[in-house]
Write a protein that binds this ligand. Structure first.
Ligand code: SAH
Length: 262
């Protein structure tokens, strides 16, 4: 049996004329939302980033279902303890294996997950190809670390992908989870108003985006480039490409090393 927890269903019903006869044509679109389960000790920290703008719209359109799980609800003792001292004697607490095992096992009993992600400064760097990859998955778990991080056995036995959002250390994985999720959700078909706009963003095709302008055409003596006002689409496209190339060469030349490759 196939069971959809939530899905968006669109039915198009229209008439078309074929040699005098009228045919009714049906078209059915079922969108099964991507499911993102986030395990955290601070769900409050995640409320705001997920309730505005594109992420909120994607949730409302049932393109994505984001569920927070408070790790303390899976703690083994009455004090809801989720951390303990490091065996190595180092300063700083380490997140316990049992509550994390409990919540991940509970989630896995409900559905299959494509990846169980741990946010970690020593993980693979988040970049556009990785965001593109994650956006193709159906169900993922994101585990947010805290303190000195999680017991290594969690990483060895429960995690399938470790992601860093940059070479610096945050206090917790929540902001990293928000960054990963935002970069992924804007790629889901239907999430952006103009469906093609994600394709023209920086890093798709290994190029930085060209500069953008809007009205007024002149402000304070600062003019919009004439070509953008010319109405000549072919020339504008050529200008945008040249600007992207120039900007990439100047700011991120290493991106061009892979340019044009698959
Ligand atoms: N002791 C660890 C850092 C722990 S920081 C170390 O030196 O590697 C606490 C938590 O914040 C981590 O477990 C991780 O979940 C999150 N975090 C910190 N920096 C991060 C980064 N750059 N990318 C993703 N997550 C990060």
């Amino acid at each position: 049996m196939v069971y959809f927890e939530t899905c968006s269903l669109t039915v198009y019903l229209y008439r078309s004329k074929n040699r005098g006869k009228t045919w009714k044509v049906f078209s059915l679109t079922i969108i099964i939302p991507m499911r993102i389960d986030i395990i955290t000790v601070l769900p409050e920290l995640l409320e705001s980033p997920f309730n505005h703008s594109i992420i909120k719209r994607a949730k409302d359109k049932k393109l994505v279902d984001i569920v927070f799980h408070n790790l303390r609800d899976y703690a083994m003792d009455k004090h809801k303890k989720v951390d303990d001292y490091a065996f190595s004697g180092d300063a700083g607490m380490v997140m316990l294996v049992e509550p994390i095992y409990n919540v991940i096992t509970h989630l896995k009993s409900q559905r299959d997950y494509d990846e169980v992600i741990y946010t970690s400064p020593d993980g693979k760097m988040l970049n556009q190809p990785r965001a593109n990859y994650i956006s193709t998955l159906n169900n993922i778990i994101i585990l947010c670390g805290h303190y000195k991080g999680v017991d290594q056995r969690v990483r060895d036995h429960l995690i399938t992908l470790e992601i860093s959002i940059g070479d610096y250390v945050l206090s917790g994985g929540e902001l990293a989870a928000a960054v990963i999720t935002d970069s992924v959700i804007r790629l889901l078909p239907g999430a952006l108003g103009d469906e093609t706009s994600a394709l023209t963003d920086s890093f798709q095709d290994n190029l930085l985006a060209p500069p953008v302008y809007t009205r007024p055409a002149e402000f304070n003596g600062w003019k919009v480039p004439d070509i953008l006002l010319s109405g000549n689409d072919a020339l504008i496209e050529k200008w945008k490409f040249e600007q992207s190339m120039e900007r990439t060469q100047r700011l991120r030349p290493e991106l061009l090393e892979d340019w044009g490759e698959e």
